[in-house]
Design a protein around this ligand. Structure first.
Ligand code: FAD
Length: 452
């Protein structure tokens, strides 16, 4: 049975965060006729893409009293997908005419160019007028016990030291998911005398001069940071549990960078023992081991939980059935092209809130979630990978598009994305500067031209 909110209605909606997800959510909600307030704890739009030299006082980011730095972006970071695939569908990430010469025109530009693009987006669609900057949401809870709909949003404004307590019809959570580090478990670590840190607090390679560094992880960050650091460090060793146990490979083009399997244990004398049998005396271990979903402000009385990195229960990774559609989340899936997915999730949420797009009944949503969880279990996929999409992202995006009456993901975007994944794997050092998919670039620009 399908239930639609009717008649079509406009609601008062709080959006938490003015990163890419919050910006496009605000645009879509307003387009649909809702009134929107975006809460942003930083001074400007852009979220993760606001690079800062600042790092956290605890290099591992485990101290709960630390003051949190939002961005994990390092100085040398260039995007890991093409700019054609990265941008929002209806506001492509292209070099616009009239922009300053100082902009980064490369196909895989630096983080600063992404920030500039997001600032352009916010300006083009007048988003900033909806944003309350330097205002942190400290608590979100149902306005009245037992009543679905209406949320109490408590926030603090830094400058005026004002605390506000307001009621909204709906809340859209866009707080970003690359802030709360996840750490590897290392046998013996409590008595190991070296320095540990998480890549969240990595910015530049110079402090690693003459050091022996071990990076743990298999992500783009581990790949990029190991090469960055190798230009200064004495030795860099990358430990990755998905590598075969006997892996010991010297990286081509480097005389101080090796790949290993995982770390077996560490010792009081500063040594690190790898599964491949090698033992090395190490100064620094850097965890490039990803992040945990974290919603410190959200109080749903245990209805929405994060359990082994599964945020649940969520229908289609967006709506918790018990609160649908009055509470929603953007940007939960990973291994995706984030911006186009945020755009479709935003359109869906906006249309569902206004009653234009129907949602299944609460029971049907719960049933679908249960079936999905069982499928993961049967396939042996661990809970922590619940929101990993990879190749299934386009099916998901197309489902969202069908709900919203939008066109499906363009063929060139799919092909380009998949080709990039292969190229990145095969040529991690050069994929950002050498490519062969010129015919796909041509198709992308034909589409961009027709959109504009
Ligand atoms: P964010 O960009 O993190 O924005 C969240 C916003 O919410 C922030 O502005 C934050 O200040 C605000 N906020 C949080 N809590 C509160 C609160 N309580 N009150 C008020 N405001 C709050 N993606 C790509 O497409 N290509 C890449 O190459 C790429 N590389 C990446 C490299 C690194 C190192 C990292 C960490 C991520 C990378 N990503 C990349 C993914 C990137 O996170 C997404 O592109 C995107 O920034 C996520 O957008 P978001 O809006 O969900 O979150």
């Amino acid at each position: 049975m399908e239930t639609a909110l009717s008649p079509i209605r406009s609601h008062h909606v709080a959006v938490i965060g003015a990163g890419p997800a919050g910006l496009v959510a605000a645009r879509e909600l307003r387009r649909e006729g809702h009134s929107v307030v975006v809460f942003e704890k930083q001074k400007q739009v852009g979220g993760t893409w606001i690079y800062t030299d600042e790092v956290e006082s605890d290099p591992l980011s485990v101290d709960p009293t630390r003051s949190v730095v939002h961005s994990s972006v390092y100085s040398s970071l260039r995007i890991n997908g093409t700019r054609e695939c990265t941008g929002f569908r209806d506001y492509p990430f292209v070099v616009r005419s009239g922009v300053s010469e100082s902009r980064d025109r490369r196909r895989f530009p630096s983080h600063g160019e992404v920030l500039a693009y997001l600032q352009d987006f916010a300006r083009e669609f007048g988003i900033e007028e909806m944003v309350r900057f330097e205002t942190e949401v400290v608590k979100v809870s149902p306005a009245a016990e037992g009543e679905i709909g209406k949320w109490r949003v408590e926030s603090t404004e830094k400058e005026k030291r004002v605390r506000r307590d307001e009621i909204y019809d709906a809340v859209v959570v866009c707080n970003g998911h690359y802030v709360e580090p996840r750490l590897a478990e290392i046998p013996g670590i409590s008595s190991w005398p070296g320095k540990e840190m998480h890549s969240h607090n990595y910015r530049i390679p110079e402090p690693f001069k003459d050091q022996v560094v071990v990076l743990i992880g298999n992500s783009s960050s581990a790949e990029d940071i190991s090469r960055d650091i190798a230009t200064f460090a004495k030795e860099v060793h990358v430990a990755c549990r998905s590598n075969p146990a006997d892996t010991f490979i010297k990286q081509t083009g480097y005389n101080n960078l090796w790949k290993h399997s995982s770390i077996e244990c560490v010792h009081e004398d500063g040594s690190v023992v790898f599964q491949n049998g090698k033992t090395i005396s190490v100064d620094i271990i850097m965890h490039c081991t990803g992040y945990k979903y974290h919603f410190p402000f959200l109080d749903t009385n245990g209805v929405v939980t994060v359990d082994d990195n599964r945020v649940g229960p969520l229908y289609k990774d967006v709506f918790p059935p018990a609160f649908a559609p009055w509470l929603s989340f953007i940007g939960i899936p990973w291994q995706v092209l984030p911006f186009p997915m945020f755009e479709l999730q935003s359109k869906w949420i906006a249309g569902v809130l206004s009653g234009r797009i129907p949602l299944p009944s609460k029971e049907d949503m719960i049933m679908e979630i249960k079936t999905f969880y069982s499928t993961l279990e049967v396939q042996g996929i661990p809970k922590r990978y619940t929101h990993r999409m990879g190749n299934t992202q386009f099916e998901y995006d197309n489902w969202l598009a069908s709900q919203c009456g939008c066109s499906e993901t363009e063929e060139w975007r799919k092909e380009m994305c998949l080709a990039n994944v292969v190229r990145k794997e095969a040529h991690p050092e050069t994929y950002r500067d050498e490519w062969e998919d010129h015919h796909l670039i041509f198709q992308a620009y034909q589409d961009f031209f027709s959109y504009s």
